[in-house]
Design a protein around this ligand. Structure first.
Ligand code: NAP
Length: 282
C-alpha cells in the first residue's frame, strides 16, 4: 500500500480560510486586525524569501505585516533597541526575528528580548519552558506545525517511540518536548550520537531536523514508520533520502509541501491568537 502523504500545503490552505474568518471578525468587532512585525538582519537571499513568504501569508488571511530590514553590520544593542520598540508598539501583536542573524550578533539575547505575549514564533526560553511544563505558550513554529499535521492525520502518538534527529533550540529540542507531551517515548540524536542508524531503526515516528541534504538514509528506517522531514535545501531536498521512502514509510511529509507550509501556518495562527488576546483584552 502506498504511504499516506502528510500534506502540509493542503492543510495550511484549508486552515487559512478559518484564520481569515477570525481576522475578519476581529476587524468587525474592534476595527483592527492583528499585525506581525518581521525583522530581517542582513541580506541572505533564503532568509529574504522566508520573510516574504510570511508576509504573503499574512496578506492571504487579511492581516498586515510590518517588515523591518536591518543592515548586516548592526550590533546586538541596535537590534535589541528595535525589538524593544516593537514590544512597546501597541499596534504590533507578534514579532518574528528571522533566524539566523549574522554571527557577530547575540541571537539568543535578541530572542529573549521579545515580549512573551508577542513571541508568536515561540523562540524565547520562557516560551520553551512553559511548553515543556505543559503550560500555555506559543509553540516554536516548526515543531508546533508538525504536531498540528500529525494530529490532523490522526497519527497515533501515545506509547510510540519517536526519534528526533537534531537538537536545535528552535526545532529538535521543542519537537522532543512536544512529542513527550503527546506520550511518545522520545530519543534525541545529535552530531555526537554514535549509533544513529540503529536508533533510527527503532523509530515509530522519525523526525529529521539535521540541516544536511538527504543525510538520513531510507535503509535506516523501520518498515511502516511515520516520517517527518523538517529539512529544506535548494531544489526541494530534505534531510531524509526520498528514494524508497514511499515503500518503507506508512506516512511521510513531502519536501516541499510538508513541514514548510505548516511552519508559516503556525506563525500566522499564533499571531491571530495574539491579536485576539490584545485587541479583545483577554
Ligand atoms: P541546526 O541549528 O543546524 O541544527 C542541526 C542539528 O542537527 C544539530 O542539533 C546537530 O547536532 C544535528 N546534527 C548535525 N550533524 C549531525 C549528524 N551527523 N548526526 C546527527 N545529528 C547531527 O538546524 P535547525 O535550525 O534545527 O534546522 C534543521 C533543518 O530544518 C534544516 O534543514 C533547516 O533548513 C530546516 N528547517 C526548516 C524549517 C521549515 O520551516 N521547514 C524551519 C527551520 C529549519 P549538534 O547539536 O550536536 O551540533
Amino acid at each position: 500500500m502506498p504511504a499516506l502523504i502528510l500534506d502540509g500545503k493542503a492543510l495550511s490552505t484549508q486552515t487559512e480560510v478559518q484564520l481569515k474568518t477570525r481576522v475578519d471578525r476581529l476587524r468587525e468587532s474592534t476595527g483592527k486586525a492583528p499585525i506581525l512585525a518581521t525583522i530581517l538582519v542582513g541580506d541572505d537571499s533564503s532568509s529574504k524569501t522566508y520573510v516574504e513568504m510570511k508576509g504573503n501569508a499574512c496578506s492571504r488571511v487579511g492581516m498586515e505585516s510590518i517588515r523591518v530590514f536591518l543592515d548586516q553590520n548592526i550590533n546586538t544593542e541596535e537590534l535589541l533597541n528595535k525589538i524593544h520598540e516593537l514590544n512597546e508598539n501597541e499596534n504590533v501583536h507578534g514579532i518574528l526575528l528571522q533566524h539566523p542573524v549574522p554571527p557577530h550578533i547575540d541571537e539568543r539575547k535578541a530572542f529573549e528580548a521579545i515580549n512573551i505575549r508577542k513571541d508568536v514564533d515561540g523562540v524565547t526560553c520562557l516560551g520553551f519552558g512553559r511548553i515543556a511544563m505543559g503550560e500555555a505558550a506559543y509553540g516554536s513554529a516548526t515543531p508546533a506545525g508538525i504536531m498540528t499535521l500529525l494530529r490532523h492525520y490522526e497519527i497515533p502518538l501515545s506509547g510510540k517511540h519517536a526519534v528526533v534527529v537534531g537538537r536545535s533550540a528552535i526545532l529538535g529540542k521543542p519537537m522532543a518536548m512536544m512529542l513527550l507531551a503527546a506520550n511518545c517515548t522520545v530519543t534525541i540524536c545529535h552530531s555526537k550520537t554514535t549509533n544513529l542508524p540503529e536508533l533510527i531503526k527503532q523509530a515509530d515516528i522519525l523526525v529529521g531536523a539535521v540541516g544536511r541534504p538527504e543525510f538520513i538514509k531510507t535503509a535506516w528506517i523501520k518498515k511502516n514508520a511515520v516520517v517527518v522531514d523538517a529539512g529544506y535545501h535548494p531544489g526541494g531536498i530534505g534531510d531524509i533520502e526520498k528514494n524508497g521512502l514511499n515503500e518503507v514509510a506508512s506516512a511521510y511529509t513531502p519536501v516541499p509541501g510538508g513541514v514548510g507550509p505548516m511552519t508559516i501556518n503556525t506563525l500566522i495562527r499564533q499571531t491571530v491568537e495574539s491579536g485576539e488576546a490584545f485587541l479583545q483584552q483577554i
